[in-house]
Design a protein around this ligand. Sequence first.
Ligand code: HEC
Ligand code: HEC
Length: 338
Amino acid sequence: MKSRYTLVFLVLLSFYACKKEEQSALGSQGYELLVPSSLGAIDFPSDNEFTPARWALGKRLFYDSQLSADGMVSCASCHKPEKAFADDLAFSPGSEGAAGLRNVPSLANVAYLPYFTREGGVPTLEMHVLVPIQESNEFNSNIVAIAEALSQDPSYVQMSQAAYGQNPNPFVITRALANFQRSILSGNSAYDRFLMGDESALTESALAGMDLFFGDELKCGQCHNGQDLSTHGFENNGLYTVYPDSGKFRLSHESADIGKFKIPSLRNLGYTAPYMHDGSLTSLEEVINHYATGGSNHPNKSDLISGFEISQLEQQQVIDFLLALNDTSFIENPDLQP
Ligand code: HEC
Ligand code: HEC
């Protein structure tokens, strides 16, 4: 009896608070979004501005396995916080163990991505939420059914009202998950500190590796540059002569796009192995060897992938540079844990 009154009171209180001032809607659960100063400002859509209540609802949904058909898989089953919101398998299983088709990418700094998935076919984070929910090898579920189930749970109804002034529905679920994902921010690596003026942040070896990485021999920096070491362009980096997964071609049906994939961020590589769209390269040594040999011949392979000579020492220097993009404060960020 007592708990029921408490609940009604909380619902009324949070509804009232939400009307008055959204920031305080969650009271003690309030969360302040702090963007690392190394990163740019985040553009929240006008119908989904950041509020602590939206963030809290999105976080709860992100870790809730109720969303999947078999009730066993959450977003975090594949996007694991301790793996920089990626996974350590080449392909991660979805609901009822259904085999995944691509390697799970990290969600660090998805707030800044211009488009989503490895062929870039989804324009916003809000729209992308429908992809894992519907995909047969991810949640294999249905957003309308999920909304109905959540509407039976008074605590979800309360949080949904506090966040968007509505009961759980597809609008609320897609918005809240996107709101939370924009807080998955990594900008505190040794390389970030170096760029912000701390010259001691990189070791001698990492500094030498940085010069190699951005130099004319290796040419890595021509595709991997900017805030997350990615231009976000699409390139064929020479993995195969025949691509089992045709990449951007799946979207455009233009043969010039066969084997082209979104250039990924290179942050937190120490946590996100295996690498590439299919997880086919298991270590950074293998990645550098791949580029050093010039890769497989394919008509769409970028001219920048032409091979180079590299000594053992230089290879280690490039790896030390790449690992200087690891961000332990991000991996351990208590606000992002379940
Ligand atoms: C079964 C594993 C699995 C689950 C569960 C899963 N994802 Fe993913 N996620 C993936 C894979 C694999 C990709 C890459 C898909 C592609 O490129 O086509 C991906 C891609 C993404 C991307 C795009 C990232 C980019 O760089 O473009 C976002 C955002 C994302 N997932 C969010 C979510 C959210 C939110 C949930 C829960 C609602 C979720 N995922 C559940 C495996 C999963
Ligand atoms: C022509 C553009 C281009 C150049 C030059 C380039 N890359 Fe890449 N890189 C890509 C693309 C595209 C992918 C993703 C391929 C895929 O998903 O299969 C990638 C993937 C990677 C990955 C895997 C990331 C992950 O999370 O899976 C690493 C590591 C990497 N590149 C490092 C390097 C290094 C080191 C160099 C220089 C030796 C380099 N790249 C040069 C385009 C490029």
